[in-house]
Design a protein around this ligand. Structure first.
Ligand SMILES: [Zn+2]
Length: 154
C-alpha cells in the first residue's frame, strides 16, 4: 500500500510541476506592483485569445499569487501598447476577485477605466486591437470614450 501511495503522490507532484513549468514558463518582468509577467502563447490561446492577436490575461499560480500571462505577439508591440494592456490586467487584479481569468462586460469596463485613470493609452490600444480582423471591441471603446469625456468635463 505504501508503495502505491508513494507512486501516486509522486505522479501528483510531477503533474503539478508539469503544470507550473508548461503553463507559465519563465518570468519576463515584474510589474510596478511586483506581479510577475509570463509569456506563454498556448495559455493565452486557451484563455480565448488567438495567437495572431496581441493578448494577455491574469490568473493565479499554484501558490494563489496573481500573475499576468502574455503572448509573444504582445511582446512584439510598442511599449505604450504593452503598458496599456498590463494596466488593464492590473485593474482586474486590483478590482476583481482572484483566481479567475474570465470577466464579464462590466468588469472589462472597470479594468479599462482603471487603465485610463492610470494614465496609459488604453483607448488607443483598444482601437488598435479593434482594427484586427475578428476582434470586436467597439462597444468597450464607446463606453470608455464616454467615461473619458465626462472625466475631462469635471
Ligand atoms: Zn480584461
Amino acid at each position: 500500500m505504501q508503495f502505491i501511495r508513494d507512486f501516486i503522490e509522486g505522479l501528483v507532484a510531477q503533474y503539478h510541476l508539469g503544470i507550473q513549468d508548461m503553463k507559465l514558463g519563465s518570468i519576463q518582468w515584474l510589474t510596478e506592483d511586483d506581479v510577475p509577467v509570463y509569456c506563454n502563447d498556448d495559455m493565452v490561446v486557451i484563455s480565448g485569445c488567438p495567437s495572431r492577436v496581441p493578448g494577455a490575461f491574469t490568473c493565479e499560480d499554484l501558490n494563489n499569487n496573481s500573475v499576468i500571462v502574455v503572448n509573444r505577439r504582445l511582446l512584439d508591440q510598442d511599449q505604450w501598447f504593452i503598458d496599456a494592456v498590463i494596466a488593464h490586467e492590473t485593474g482586474h487584479i486590483k478590482l476583481h476577485s482572484g483566481g479567475r481569468c474570465w470577466f464579464n462586460a462590466r468588469e472589462e469596463y472597470e479594468a479599462d477605466v482603471y487603465a485610463f485613470l492610470d494614465g496609459v493609452e488604453i483607448i488607443r490600444a483598444l482601437e488598435f486591437l479593434n482594427n484586427l480582423s475578428g476582434v470586436r471591441l467597439s462597444h468597450r471603446i464607446k463606453r470608455l470614450k464616454a467615461y473619458a469625456e465626462e472625466e475631462v468635463c469635471l
